[in-house]
Design a protein around this ligand. Structure first.
Ligand SMILES: Cc1cc2nc3c(=O)[nH]c(=O)nc-3n(C[C@H](O)[C@H](O)[C@H](O)COP(=O)(O)OP(=O)(O)OC[C@H]3O[C@@H](n4cnc5c(N)ncnc54)[C@H](O)[C@@H]3O)c2cc1C
Length: 362
């Protein structure tokens, strides 16, 4: 129970974000339905709910975590509440069919007045035979959008071994078939397979279905123009004509990035600055502002935080009830509603679960 919850936020569980009701933090194939549903998002309600269960929360820059810094605390208060309300919990039981019975539903030979489909997604799961809602969704004839791993890194074409582990604040833009799809800024991480870090994670949810070629454009100096970088580099050249490039430029950027960028600009790191052509310094400035990283593919589900896409939002009403099946509710990641990194996905899973719970309790 709650096995995914326990690994969220690196075990610290980023449970909510104060910006959930602001536009732009969620995406869906059905933007109109997304706008309607998200109108009711209210972080205060969820925070009050968890505080009411005895969970101490802290907030930094809008990101909410348990004071304990342990996802286990979230699990503990939920588990206490279930016990207190004498809720019967059955685990390790795979459900592959929900059939309609007289005014309700039959699951595994038992009848129920209402059902909540909270089957989540395949992200972050290493087990081959992990439970999934695919068969259930099919058996209920629910329409879904395409699904794909998101909030994940991108495997890029090129040799990234020397950049592995480098973290740098950067602007990152996603292009598909030469069209700008989305951009984000934040801490970019280089990995041996390509690009990672929050801006790449957030952009991964926007990779179009049918692209032929996609690439990331990285701006390592989001606060400077290309012209300013060119001037900085020519000032350094004037200051240190007799220095090797690698030494003269040591303060310009991260040393591993510098080595990589020098080779991309065709400048040997041992070359004396006075012998480096101005046009090569311009190429260095250009690479630092607009390096291109062709994407081979996104990483697999086991390395992703969410499964993007899912059951269409037009399959539910504003109370998360399925429009074809009375008293069958759908919540959380099973729906085609994807949040950015930062507590948005757990917020939605809890918010939708809370709303349905309140309704069913009446
Ligand atoms: C590594 C990692 C870190 C993350 N960190 C954060 C974070 O810090 N903040 C944040 O907001 N989000 C985070 N997320 C995303 C967040 O965990 C999910 O969006 C959220 O857990 C979705 O909740 P859910 O209840 O909809 O689905 P899930 O948590 O996926 O739960 C679905 C449950 O349904 C069960 N199930 C599925 N099919 C069946 C079936 N047929 N029969 C029986 N049972 C079934 C599954 O076994 C599972 O227990 C992270 C995800 C990962 C993988």
């Amino acid at each position: 129970i709650a096995s995914k919850l326990l690994i969220t936020g690196n075990g610290k569980c980023n449970i909510c974000n104060s910006r959930v009701s602001e536009k732009g933090h969620y995406s869906s194939f059905e933007t109109d339905r997304l706008d309607t549903l998200s109108k009711n998002f209210d972080p205060e309600k969820l925070i009050a709910f968890f505080k009411g269960l005895g969970l101490s929360l802290k907030e930094r820059d809008g990101y909410y975590y348990p004071v304990s810094n342990q996802a286990r605390s979230v699990y503990a208060v939920l588990s206490n509440a279930l016990k207190k309300a004498s809720v019967k919990v059955i685990t390790d039981k795979y459900i592959d069919k929900i059939s309609k019975s007289d005014g309700g539903y039959t699951i595994d030979g038992k009848n129920y007045d209402a059902v909540v489909l909270a089957v989540g997604g395949r992200a972050g799961i290493y087990k081959e035979n992990a439970f999934s809602g695919r068969e259930l969704i099919k058996s209920l004839d629910l329409k879904s959008s395409r699904t794909f791993p998101a909030l994940t890194g991108a495997v890029c074409v090129g040799d990234y071994k020397t950049l592995k582990g480098v973290r740098v604040d950067a602007g990152v833009s996603l292009y598909a078939d030469d069209k700008l799809i989305a951009k984000d800024t934040g801490e970019l991480q280089f990995a041996d397979y390509g690009l990672s870090g929050i801006p790449v994670f957030n952009l991964s949810s926007h990779v179009p279905y049918d692209y032929k070629e996609a690439y990331f454009e990285v701006d390592l100096f989001p606060e400077n123009t290309e012209e300013e970088l060119k001037n900085m580099l020519s000032d350094i050249k004037a200051m240190y004509p007799k220095y090797r490039a690698i030494n003269a430029l040591a303060g310009f950027t991260n040393i591993n990035i510098l080595k990589y960028a020098l080779s991309k600009a065709g400048i040997h790191e041992d070359k004396l600055m006075e012998n480096v052509a101005d046009k090569d310094l311009d190429s260095l400035a250009l690479w630092c502002k607009k390096s291109k990283h062709p994407m081979e593919r996104l990483r697999e589900y086991k390395n992703a935080q969410i499964m993007a896409g899912g059951i269409l939002l037009s399959e539910i009403d504003d109370n998360y009830m399925c429009i074809h099946h009375k008293n069958l509710y759908i919540t959380g990641e099973a729906l085609d509603l994807n949040g950015e990194c930062g507590g948005y996905n757990l917020y939605f899973a809890f918010e939708s679960g809370y709303e349905v719970g309140q309704k069913l309790a009446k």
